[in-house]
Design a protein around this ligand. Structure first.
Ligand code: ZN
Length: 733
């Protein structure tokens, strides 16, 4: 494999000592720099606010891109088979001299409790008490083309083929490394905020549910999705930009369930575009500038802006059920805005990137004030909610409704379920009773009007099917409050939560003009969070609101509690709440067999070319080459490496220069598992219009596992295409 090897993230005593030393040194340096900076600013013409200390970091967190289910559409056929774009974890550390907060957005489907607990364990070993449950927020961008396998609750393990150490390890190490990098480059700097709207990039995919919210409430908003992009611009003391952190509510499902290449989808590609823009000349995933695009209240928000249609007839789908007269739910799919999913991903990503860049360029409202962080664990299966002065209500043990199995118009279920089911189907109810057990009357009543399909809260074998203990957390960065949401909040749920948190934070009068943002898919995954009114309709999002109709009310109460504690300076007195379990590895199951030994056709070697490139291409063409290959799972830890290089020849120096890797948008690395354990790899290079004319070649770097005697041995191999010419298009006009 090419590329430099990464620093090992395992923790040895030596490393721990070095880390401790580094912390002390950083603290000393930081104090000195702060003092210098403060004295400098005092000499300036205008009184300025004290700077923060800011660190940004990005690290590769791509796991083995083969055979592991992709996480999002819950489709066991959608297993990884290559890479379109790599996945990165992006970390932002901010320090006000007294307190420190860390925000991480990673190109993954969602954060899981397991992943968070594993990351916190490594951070504890490396940094002691510096990075903790209360001051670290981990969030997922919600790409549906990242690997699964990093969960400990049974339902998620089933849809990931179990707990898969190799994919979990890549995420833990990638996330920790992004924090390490941010930690090491922490320096005095400033934060500026800006916000604006982005049109034509999102639609509501459950407008029927949204319409069930009170008219008075809906009248306050001009759209049924949130259009705002909130941007934080990070600069050093010279005013040079070092990073951007942004929030926009849209599902990262521009790539649909037919895709098998690992991809960071629209949000990750927006990060990529801005980073490429700022880190001129750097290969993707390299360069100092870090651009994080975080998920938000995207629960009912689709990027498929042309909306749903019956693919067999071209007619509109049923409004309530999103089903078609012929073919049912399966035929109702949403598309757009592009001609295919790559095109759609690119259009949405470019929209987000361009708007964020504009807002970044004009951001001049400085974020000032102290940092705070508040975190609690809550048993969400058992919260008493004060509905009004006289009434209380309760949350329920987790359960999923019938409409969960219908999926959404962004990717439907395969069985004959429809959205909007408030009555169970006797056929499926009977199967459920036999296979999984009948939900108790108490749970059925608690979830009303949801007909329960998966009674996950009462299913505890081999391990609990869903979490009871959930993280609630707020980071306050001066005047910006980051609310870490443990799932997918719908548009209106997010609005209510933002408003509640703002009200509590400002209630004491000390904090003013607070901007509240929702960071979705943070810390733990608990599916969806709809409003009480949306829940009554029981479309997919309501059916997936697992703690029952009062789930949102319970969260409003819990987050209000955190916000009040911050406003009153009482965070230290917040009880931690019930600690979530970290199940022993031996209790987790793995349904993914080890990767088989590789075979190759007779008289060939791994890396041999099976299908050669053409001698000449024009810009805009696709160069393609196929190699005899091994299973990419045999390549082990692939972070910071590449399976692919596209290289240009420099005549003057007689050298080859790498212009693309497997992280590049322009390359598509596809692994094709053939019969009899033979497999091959096809590399496509979608030659950009601005590519320089010249001589090129494509290389593939991999590993194959074969028997040597009776011992399986993994050996690296390389393959290279013939040299081909790329000519500007005008040569052929
Ligand atoms: Zn989702």
């Amino acid at each position: 494999m090419a590329g430099k090897r990464t620093v090992c993230c395992g923790v040895s005593a030596l490393e721990a000592t070095l880390a401790a030393l580094l912390m002390i040194m950083t603290a000393v340096c930081v104090t000195l720099i702060t003092l210098t900076a403060m004295s400098n600013t005092r000499q300036g013409p205008e009184p300025q606010h004290e700077p923060y200390l800011i660190g940004v970091g990005r690290a590769d967190c791509t796991g083995p891109p083969a055979e592991i289910p992709l996480m999002g559409y819950a489709n066991l056929q959608q297993t990884a088979a290559g890479i379109h774009t790599r996945l990165y974890s992006r970390a932002f550390i901010i320090d006000d001299g007294q307190r420190r907060v860390v925000f991480v957005t990673a190109d993954i489907g969602m954060m899981s409790q397991r992943l968070r607990l594993e990351v916190l364990k490594v951070l504890q070993a490396k940094y002691g008490n510096l990075y903790r449950r209360d001051n670290v927020v981990l969030s997922g961008t919600h790409t549906h083309s990242g690997l699964g396998g990093y969960f400990q609750y049974t339902l998620f393990m089933i849809t990931s083929k179990g707990y898969i150490k190799a994919s979990t390890q890549a995420l833990v190490n990638g996330i920790v490394r992004s924090i390490d990098i941010a930690h090491r480059n922490i320096r005095p700097g400033r934060i500026y905020m800006n916000r604006g709207d982005l049109e034509d990039s999102s639609i509501n995919r459950s407008p029927h549910s949204y319409l069930n919210n009170p008219q008075r409430e809906r009248d306050r908003y001009k759209s049924n999705t949130d259009k705002q992009v909130v941007v934080l611009k990070f600069t050093d003391l010279d005013g040079d930009g070092i990073g951007l952190l942004s929030w926009f509510a849209v599902h990262a499902v521009s790539m649909n369930y037919t895709n098998q290449m690992v991809s960071s989808d629209n949000m990750g590609y927006a990060s990529y575009l801005l980073e490429q823009d700022k880190n001129r000349g750097a290969l993707p995933g390299q360069g100092a500038f870090v651009a994080g695009f975080s998920s938000s209240n995207l629960g009912d928000v689709s990027p498929n802006t042309r909306g749903p249609v019956c693919v067999n007839t071209g007619l509109p789908c049923d409004y309530l059920n999103s089903s078609c007269p012929v073919g049912g739910t399966k035929m109702c799919k949403a598309f757009g805005p592009g001609g295919d999913m790559f095109d759609s991903t690119s259009i949405i990503a470019h929209n987000i990137y361009k708007r964020a860049k504009e807002l970044y360029g004009k951001a001049d409202k400085e974020v000032t004030g102290f940092l705070h962080s508040a975190h609690q664990w809550v048993n969400m299966a058992n919260v008493t909610v004060q509905i009004n002065a006289t009434h209380t209500a309760r949350t329920c043990k987790p359960a999923l409704g019938h409409s969960f199995a219908a999926g959404t118009t962004d990717g439907g279920g395969d069985l004959n379920f429809t959205q909007g089911a408030v009555v169970g189907d006797p056929f499926w109810d009977e199967i459920r009773d036999v296979l999984l057990g009948k939900p108790s009357n108490e749970t059925q009543e608690c979830h009303h009007p949801k007909p329960i399909l998966f009674n996950t809260g009462e299913m505890r074998r081999p391990l609990p099917w869903h979490p009871d203990v959930v993280d609630v957390q707020i980071l306050l960065i001066g005047s910006v409050a980051v609310v870490a949401a443990p799932g997918e909040m719908t548009t209106m749920s997010g609005r209510r939560l933002r408003e509640a948190v703002k009200q509590e934070l400002e209630s004491e009068g000390k904090l003013k003009d607070i901007e509240v943002v929702i960071s979705g898919l943070s810390n733990i995954y608990t599916h969806y969070i709809t409003t009480y009114e949306e829940y009554q309709v029981q479309r997919y999002e309501g059916a997936s609101t697992i703690y029952g109709p009062h789930t949102l009310s319970a969260y409003l109460q819990e987050y209000r509690g955190l916000a009040r504690a911050i406003a009153q300076g009482g965070v230290a007195k917040l009880p931690a709440g019930p600690q979530p379990p970290l199940f022993e590895d031996s209790r987790l199951f793995n349904l993914l067999p080890a990767a088989a030994l590789d075979r190759k056709p007779a008289n060939s070697s791994f890396g041999d070319v099976l299908q050669q490139v053409y001698p000449v291409y024009r810009v805009g063409d696709v160069a393609s080459v196929t190699f005899v290959a091994g299973n990419p799972r045999h390549s082990g830890d692939i972070r910071d490496k590449t399976f692919v290089t596209v290289e240009i020849y420099h005549n003057r120096t007689s050298t080859w220069e790498v212009v693309c890797t497997d992280a590049s948008w322009e390359t598509r690395f596809r692994w094709l598992k053939g019969s009899g354990r033979q497999s091959n790899v096809t590399v496509e290079w979608h030659i950009p219009l601005q590519a320089a004319a010249g001589s090129y070649r494509i290389r593939h770097l991999g590993h194959a596992k074969q028997l040597q005697g009776s011992r399986p041995v993994v050996t690296p191999y390389e393959g290279v295409s013939a040299v081909f010419a790329v000519t500007p298009s005008y040569y052929h006009q």
